[in-house]
Design a protein around this ligand. Sequence first.
Ligand SMILES: Nc1ncnc2c1ncn2[C@@H]1O[C@H](COP(=O)(O)OP(=O)(O)OP(=O)(O)O)[C@@H](O)[C@H]1O
Ligand SMILES: [Mg+2]
Length: 226
Amino acid sequence: MSAVLKIESLSKSFVLHQQAGVRIPVFDGLNAEVKAGEAVAVTGPSGRGKSSLLKLVYGTYRANAGSIQVFSGVGWTDVVTAAPRDVIELRRDVIGYVTQFLRVIPRVPAEMVVAEPMMDRGISQEQALTRARTLLDRLNIPKRLWHLSPMTFSGGEQQRVNIARGFAAHFPILLLDEPTASLDTENRNRVLELIAEARGQGSAILAVFHDEAERRRACSRSIGLD
Ligand SMILES: Nc1ncnc2c1ncn2[C@@H]1O[C@H](COP(=O)(O)OP(=O)(O)OP(=O)(O)O)[C@@H](O)[C@H]1O
Ligand SMILES: [Mg+2]
């Protein structure tokens, strides 16, 4: 399989304008690539920049230097220099991202939260909801909660809705930030199954795992930031 994500000479530092312009260097000259069907772990101690790397690939943070090339199926786009509307398209079709916490929107039911990324691609609401419900069921979200906003859900339930949303549509590149952090063993296994399935469908995965055993189960190699 060939690379679909290529990170070259990537540098990132934060400047805290509110705090005397203190500069926090995160990384300098980072190189990495991920192939289709491959899951690569990002490792390093807390505060080393693992989440920041995922946010750079998603276009949430802007790099100071270097490039992040992603393959969309027809051509390559550099996230670092891409126009905002290209980033929006990449997020709809190419790059999926499971954040550590669900951003809950009041009044939107859990099943719609999960169905949304599919409907954004033009899949009918009926079809999208069918797949959404299958995923919620696989992740052991009780049926009585599907129609409710995840606002009042437990941390682990919100996390599972977030994961269902992240895996609802097929993404050629998938970013996972501690996707199993607040889950029990049974649900961790479900998430690891979803990761294996996405790999089987050709997704290139860049993931942060707190737990080393899980990291080894899900990923074939690591990029060490330490
Ligand atoms: N938006 C931001 N503004 C300023 N500094 C930031 C910002 N985001 C991250 N940082 C800083 O960048 C460094 C890396 O943070 P990051 O969240 O990427 O670490 P991490 O490796 O994911 O840590 P953890 O394992 O605790 O989740 C930290 O020193 C953090 O304070
Ligand atoms: Mg983090």
